[in-house]
Design a protein around this ligand. Structure first.
Ligand code: ADP
Ligand code: MG
Length: 208
């Protein structure tokens, strides 16, 4: 059983979009996937309610910031979508339960400023220092060929964190999530999109 958490202190950076895409990818890979939504807005939960029963199943794991119980016994992979502003005790508690943290980021100055404290806080947490929890940064709505992605890489260098993948800005993400699906549920996901996701998916599958 493994647990991945999607986190970033800022709202609107793509946490829920990333979380539901990971859930649908791994459900497609025959994992017994549970999706937990710690955010009061419950975006992932609403998405799950829209999801057709004919698609690979993703189960809902009811969880809150204050009650991080163990995942259901049949769970092979749990994905935690988290709220903006997760920090302090709640962040430490959540980190003690997870194997990997995926941080979706954009390259705007405001996003990078918000991340500075978050990365510093992560670096001080024991599980991260001891390498029990791996951290990956994913550029969200970023084209790898742009100056924005270069600026992001430079910013991440300060924290010794690589930019693992860049996911482009596309209405396909908005439209698919609006109908309870993901790009991975469509009959033929674009090769270009799969290529963008591949480094992240490989890193998550790789047990180090
Ligand atoms: N790669 C993308 N391309 C286009 N729109 C995106 C992409 N990722 C996220 N969005 C949109 O950005 C907005 C915020 O995303 P969301 O996943 O809800 O962020 P968060 O959970 O961090 O608040 C949503 O409207 C979502 O559809
Ligand atoms: Mg969200």
């Amino acid at each position: 059983m493994r647990t991945f958490m999607v986190a970033n202190p800022k709202g609107g950076c793509g946490k829920s979009t990333l979380a539901v895409h990971l859930a649908s990818w791994f459900a497609r890979c025959d994992e017994i996937v549970y999706l937990a939504d710690l955010d009061r807005q419950k975006s992932s939960r609403h998405w799950l309610q829209l999801r057709s029963l004919s698609l690979p199943q993703i189960r809902y794991w009811s969880l809150s910031e204050n009650d991080l119980s163990q995942p259901p016994p049949d769970c092979s992979l749990a994905i935690l979508d988290t709220p903006a502003g997760l920090h302090g005790k709640s962040l430490r508690k959540a980190l003690s339960e997870v194997d990997r943290v995926i941080v979706p980021v954009s390259s705007s100055l405001f996003d990078m400023l918000a991340l500075q404290d978050f990365f510093e806080e992560l670096a001080e947490i024991k599980a991260v220092r001891k390498d029990k929890v791996g951290i990956a940064v994913v550029g969200m709505r970023i084209d790898q060929r742009t100056i924005s992605s270069q600026q992001l890489i430079e910013f991440l260098n300060e924290f010794d964190l690589p930019l693992l993948s860049c996911i482009r800005d596309s209405q396909r993400y908005v439209q698919s999530v609006n109908s309870g699906t993901t790009l991975f549920d469509t009959y033929s996901p674009l090769a270009r999109d799969l290529e963008e996701w591949k480094p992240l998916l490989d890193w998550l599958v790789n047990r180090r």
